[in-house]
Design a protein around this ligand. Structure first.
Ligand code: PHE
Length: 357
């Protein structure tokens, strides 16, 4: 019996799965199992033999049964452990990877500006960055002898030797899109035209490439009062405040009459640029009533229609809103700067959902 016991306990201990355990059970305790046969032989024993063999066989049977059950449970635990290991899931991880990269402040501000003017009924128009001198200058009432051309620090494109046509230019402002939009659509019209412009200029608030957004509203009975209201509404919505100090300064542009430049109150204390307080003013836009000659050049009858236009520096208002003191850093592609000043890729600015959150 001791031999039987150690044999079966060894077999049970090395059984690798449920089928092997079942084999051992059948061999020991099945109908024709070794221990079952011995128990059946009890009947042939003398009562004295039976008295010792009976309880011993029962004890052996119990021991084998509980060893089988224990092994079965152990195998079950192992299988469960294995499953837990292979199917382990960290439910505290974020559901998706965060998007890499950020939205550049210029893109963010362009989207904010677009959302605000869209709410006031302005559509978005675009034009080429390499522009003919007619669209960039002549059509805007700046003929070739005009001094304003020289003041613009224009980048000229190259012409082949012997080609005497006036060279194309990198547009110095978004105003040529006024002409293109009126030619395409006529009047009435309400558009903004955001985009890149170029001038040979470089310091803390000037880069040779920068961004403007042009505004144009042509209709019947439009005056400077409409211009002023639209700009004030824009500035309040953009800076997300109830009150912003604007300064309208009489000015001159060949393509508007009368003309005004608009400054916004700000301070530069401690290296940070702050809007709304302080004794400094930063020019953010030029504006005025569209000159009759400009309307005429774009095929709109100035006897019937009039309206206002403005050209605003997107980079300037981005600096002001987000406290970025040096414009040149916008275009350095420094990843540390981009991570710091960039915007979350999925937060699209809307008037109801929030412009900058
Ligand atoms: N185009 C002018 C500039 O770049 C701005 C402007 C636009 C002024 C429209 C008046 C009207 O400085």
């Amino acid at each position: 019996m001791d031999d039987l016991k150690s044999k079966y306990l060894r077999l049970i201990a090395s059984a690798a799965d449920e089928a092997a355990i079942e084999d051992v059970r059948v061999n020991a305790l099945g109908k024709k199992g070794e221990i079952s046969l011995l128990m059946r032989s009890l009947g042939t024993m003398s009562p004295e033999e039976r008295q010792t063999a009976g309880p011993a066989l029962n004890a052996l049977k119990d021991e084998i049964n509980s060893a089988l059950a224990a092994r079965k449970a152990a195998l079950g635990d192992l299988a469960l452990d294995e499953r837990l290991r292979s199917e382990w899931l960290d439910v505290t991880l974020p559901g998706r990877n965060r998007p890499q990269g950020t939205i550049h402040p210029i893109s963010q501000v362009t989207a904010e500006v677009t959302a605000i003017f869209a709410d006031m009924g302005f559509a978005v128009a675009e034009g080429p960055q390499v522009e003919s001198d007619w669209y960039n200058f002549d059509a805007l009432n700046m003929p070739s002898h005009h001094s304003a051309r020289a003041e613009m620090d224009t980048f000229y494109m190259h012409r082949k030797e012997g080609d005497n046509r006036p060279p194309h230019v990198l547009r110095t402002h978004t105003s040529p899109v006024q002409i293109r939009s009126m030619q395409a659509q006529g009047a009435p019209i309400r558009v903004i035209c955001p985009g890149r412009v170029y001038r040979a200029d470089y310091d803390q608030t000037h880069t040779p490439m920068f961004h403007q957004v042009e505004g144009l509203a042509i209709d019947k009975g439009i005056s400077m009062a409409n211009l002023k209201w639209v700009l004030e509404e824009f500035v309040k919505a953009y800076f997300e405040v109830d009150q912003v100090d604007l300064r309208f300064r009489a000015s001159h542009f060949p393509f508007t009459e009368p003309s005004a430049e608009v400054d916004i109150r700000c301070s530069w204390e401690g290296g940070t640029l702050r809007v709304g307080t302080g004794d400094s003013w930063l020019e953010i836009l030029g504006s005025g009533m569209v000159h009759p000659k400009v309307l005429q050049n774009a095929g709109v009858d100035p006897a019937l229609w009039q309206g206002f236009a403005f050209g605003m520096g997107i980079d300037r208002i981005a600096m002001l809103k987000y406290g970025i003191p040096d414009l040149r850093a916008f275009f350095d592609s420094d990843l540390r700067w981009l991570r710091h000043y960039g915007f979350a890729a999925l937060d699209v600015p809307t008037l109801d959902g929030g412009l900058s959150r």
